[in-house]
Design a protein around this ligand. Structure first.
Ligand code: DX5
Ligand code: ZN
Length: 221
């Protein structure tokens, strides 16, 4: 049976109360904290860095999944590993040496992953499947929370699921962007097992009600 993981994105949390927000969302049933890092260069928005990752680390026991939307990536990887990240993913277009960046993440004791924008082909995976612990399919163009799910992402999730199954490796398949109670089952049916949701969870007053509703949807897949 597939283990489904819900990964709330702190992008839509109240940054003035971030410690409390991550504690509350984990108490509400979150499996992973998704930590969006934007640099106003690779994407047109600016968020938080390793200091904030380090600040929330003592508040939760669950894995912190750092989604790097920065270019270049290598210089900042060790800083996030030291700040308590467990998973670090990056966009292949943002690294000149994808294999080296994946290895760097693993050398620092973290799980490594590649992130695919809606128009980015999965062919980047061809020679690095053995170094990948997570594949993240973007179902919006990166940079902002609260955007609408791009349905073409479902085909790509199916394609990634096939590649993972063929590899025989234990690789998480995460989907990020516009995920809500209404479409989480479709993403799961396509093959995703890890679901990022920012505005759908932090935009509601009762985090547990949303996460429970998502799990009910997933249980029926
Ligand atoms: C977008 C980020 C997402 C974002 C998702 O660039 O990578 O993680 O926070 O937010 P929602 O769930 O609101 O689309
Ligand atoms: Zn993200």
């Amino acid at each position: 049976m597939t283990t489904f993981r819900i990964a709330p994105s702190i992008l839509s949390a109240d940054f003035a109360r971030l410690g409390e927000e991550v504690r509350n969302v984990v108490a509400a049933g979150a499996d992973i904290i998704h930590f969006d890092v934007m640099d106003n260069h690779y994407v047109p928005n600016l968020t938080v860095g390793p200091l904030v990752c380090q600040a929330i680390r003592p508040h939760v026991q669950v894995p912190i999944d750092v989604h790097l939307m920065v270019k270049p990536v290598d210089r900042i990887i060790p800083d996030f590993a030291k700040a308590g990240a467990n998973i670090i993913t990056f966009h292949p277009e943002a690294s000149d040496h994808i294999d080296r960046s994946l290895q760097l993440i693993r050398d620092h004791g973290c799980k490594a992953g590649l992130v695919f924008n809606p128009a980015t082909p999965l062919s980047y995976l061809e020679h690095v499947m053995d170094k990948v612990d997570m594949i993240l399919i973007m179902s919006v163009n990166p940079g902002f929370g609260g955007q609408s799910f791009i349905p073409q992402a479902l085909k790509k999730i199916e394609q990634a699921r096939r590649l993972i199954d063929e590899s025989g490796r234990d690789i998480m398949l995460e989907v990020d962007g516009g995920i809500k109670v209404e479409n989480i089952a479709a993403a799961a049916k396509a093959g995703a097992d890890t679901f990022v949701a920012g505005s759908a969870i932090f935009g509601q007053p009762d985090y547990k009600a949303v996460i429970d509703a998502m799990r009910t949807q997933l249980a029926a897949v």
